[in-house]
Design a protein. Structure first.
Length: 197
């Protein structure tokens, strides 16, 4: 039987991917079917699956072990998370006290900082733990102890879930109650009698 010829440019590795050239007529030999092997390069072997975040291992760490390095979370970041969580609780009119908010607004205007985002929130951050102090003004008509408990729960959940720190305590101080103008006796002015100026 005559040896099958391989077309030029194809090496032995590619021979299994393409059919062999036919043998000269009249030799009686039949070309063998293509060998089973990898599919041609034009067709992908499997559908593309996007990478899963965190699944890549660029650091070279051993799978199953925590990658090396240190994470540091600033107090300002924790304070903003706590402030947003506290403001989202129904019944919280604002955070901080009137004087503190005014001082913060002046400081923001002069320094260009954003301290109003964390007004009324003080935090202490350790490597794995945090303690949060919240000062707020409540809306009138909301039970204050229930409001404080709701704020405490919201801050615990937000800081632990979003920041990843263990919250050891959340102290809530209700500094004032916001009274709507309709209920504020100081807002009601005497109307002059008819015909008087």
């Amino acid at each position: 039987m005559e040896d099958a010829q391989i077309t030029p440019g194809n090496g032995p590795a590619a021979a299994g991917n393409q059919p062999l050239s036919p043998t000269p007529a009249g030799s009686g030999a039949v070309s063998p079917p293509p060998a089973a092997g990898p599919k041609p390069a034009s067709a992908p072997a499997q559908p593309y699956v996007p990478p899963v975040p965190g699944a890549a291992n660029p650091s070279g760490a051993v799978p199953g072990e925590e990658p090396g390095g240190r994470t540091s979370i600033a107090e300002q970041a924790v304070a903003k998370v706590a402030a947003i969580a506290a403001r989202a609780v129904p019944g919280v009119h604002t955070l901080g006290t009137g004087g503190g908010r005014t001082l913060g607004a002046v400081r923001d205007a002069v320094a260009g900082s954003d301290s109003s985002a964390t007004a009324g929130v003080n935090v202490e951050v350790g490597e794995t733990e945090a303690a949060v102090d919240i000062t707020l003004v409540a809306d009138y008509g909301i039970p204050l102890t229930r409001l404080a408990d709701s704020v405490r729960s919201a801050v615990y959940a937000a800081v632990e879930d979003l920041v990843g720190l263990n919250v050891v305590e959340v102290n809530v101080s209700v500094a004032d109650v916001h009274v709507p103008e309709a209920l504020d006796p100081r807002a009601v002015k005497r109307q002059p009698a008819a015909g008087q100026d």
